[in-house]
Design a protein. Structure first.
Length: 180
């Protein structure tokens, strides 16, 4: 009778550990996502964040030679306007990434560094999205719906996966090296 070969890194408790980590991940995503839509967070934290995203995006658009007019969360361009909503904050994307990094089997310092790096990366991708959408409104308004509903969701999805994989690789490499 042939013996079953197992991968050197496989251990008897791995499936149980993976199940627990997946459960914790799901609880974190649901819990933190609910926090994002709670009345206090939605009314106190989100408006200043949305205004800041609109202001920064307006500044970037002006740097590229466009003429945005920013009023609160609204970015007006010659062809129309873009409103920075709660979904435009990128926090939902960051919640998923942060939750994934929290459940990794790595030291707390690596987790915190990965979460901070993910926040920075998500912020950059999100600003590119808002600037891109406002630019489309200003230059080719007929392409706005396609850009908003098809192009940018794809970019956000791919960016999330790339950030997750590169972050996990860096965190686990540092944990294996013992460096921090």
């Amino acid at each position: 009778m042939a013996e079953r070969e197992t991968h050197p890194s496989a251990r008897p408790g791995d499936l149980r550990d993976l199940s627990i980590r997946c459960g914790v991940f799901a609880v974190l995503v649901v819990g933190l996502s609910n926090l994002l839509v709670s009345p206090g967070f939605h009314e106190v934290v989100m408006p200043p964040l949305q205004n800041a995203i609109a202001q920064i995006s307006g500044g970037l658009l002006a740097a590229f030679g466009l003429e945005p007019h920013v009023e609160g969360q609204l970015i007006r361009m010659q062809g129309g306007a873009v409103r920075v909503t709660q979904v435009c904050s990128g926090l939902d994307m960051w919640v998923c990434l942060a939750s994934a990094f929290i459940v990794l089997r790595t030291p707390l310092r690596q987790k915190l560094l990965a979460i901070a790096a993910a926040f920075a990366a998500v912020s950059i991708v999100n600003l590119l999205r808002v600037v891109g959408l406002a630019s489309v409104v200003g230059r080719s308004p007929e392409l706005f719906d396609w850009s908003h509903y098809y192009f940018w969701p794809g970019v956000i999805l791919v960016s999330t996966v790339v950030i997750l994989i590169s972050g996990m690789q860096r965190v686990t490499d540092r944990a294996a090296d013992g460096s921090g």
